[in-house]
Design a protein around this ligand. Sequence first.
Ligand code: SF4
Length: 413
Amino acid sequence: MGPSGRAPWPVSHGILLTEKSLARMGLAEMTMNITAKDRFQEICRKVEARQRLSFDDGIALYDPAIPLQVVAELANSVRERMHGNVAYYNINTHLNPTNVCIYRCRFCAFRSDLRDPKGYVMDERAVRVRGQEAFENGCTEMHIVGGLHHKMGYDWYRGIISQLHAEFPSIHLKAWTPVEVGWFEHLTKKSVRDILIDLREAGLGSLPGGGAEIFHSEVRDQLCEHKANAHKWFEVHRTAHQLGIRSNCTMLYGHIEEAHHRIDHMLRLRSLQDETGGFQTFIPLAFHPDNTELSDLKKPSALVDLRNIAVARLMLDNIPHIKAYWIMLGIETAQVALHYGADDIDGTVRHELIYHDAGATTPEILSVERIRELISETGREPIERDTLYHQIHRDPEDFRKWTTGKALELVGN
Ligand code: SF4
């Protein structure tokens, strides 16, 4: 049964590679070469037996000789095995307290120099206005990330968390990536552990997944050589998990990376998850080139987006959720992704700047009715969740009031 108590539909129930399911996938008729077909059949057998896929399996799943639709069918059956027919969303808002940043990541259209007219820093009042707006719109979560402002001290960053937590305690604060935590380390000379403990005392609820980009140094050194490296990124998430702080993880794809960099990236995440179990959701992020130093590159196609979702679901066997982030994918692709391995579509979102500065053409907000409708149109059952994946029950008389229900457990794995 699904978390809603209703029987999930349509669930493959582990029949991933019977002759029947292969026939249903049209594998026999696919114009795959023999090597690709054999390779894919071996991968199907492993998935059916709940065996872990290897680095080489991951590379094969990106091989264009294996059609996207069969990879998707396999990923979807795993997705349904884990989550039944439900798809999750939340009611959330974004807060980017400053865009002034000491770094110059080549893929970033959001950052600003200190004296650039585009640069801004939010004061206490502006933060309060955003908190109030979030509260009045029934948000359960604020996603807080921004630039590394060299004139603002650690207390300013911490103060945003403590202010919001004190004034709007019902809103979960998912804040600061390892890039920021690494910067706080530099500012305070304290350890990552002490900083996270201090931020938690201030009101931090969990960590977002950003700053991961691509871990492999062949790519990372070309994109963002100065900011937190892979080692720092994992140190921060490992420490957070050890402290009981949950987090998400991401991968920025569709720029200069190749398939082996993506698989390497996923396997590093899978390995930390084996150690700590602290990741909730993996979010593949499609690169948007407008207004970046890489504006000569093309935005990845929907087919690339969907294959990444599907491959992620198959490779990340220990991370419960795969998110189709509609802001980056576009609404239509995000909908399709709910049948390609994704089980979460992110939230209503409000005040998204980072990807809109880079040319995202999606709306900056969706109404609750619209996001539920988008999920229902795909045949999935929409479930509102909080940041830590508990079901949310809204008061029908007053939308701003909610109660937190049970933890949304996996149907199977
Ligand atoms: S991605 Fe983050 S760290 Fe890099 S330039 Fe943009 S705001 Fe700064």
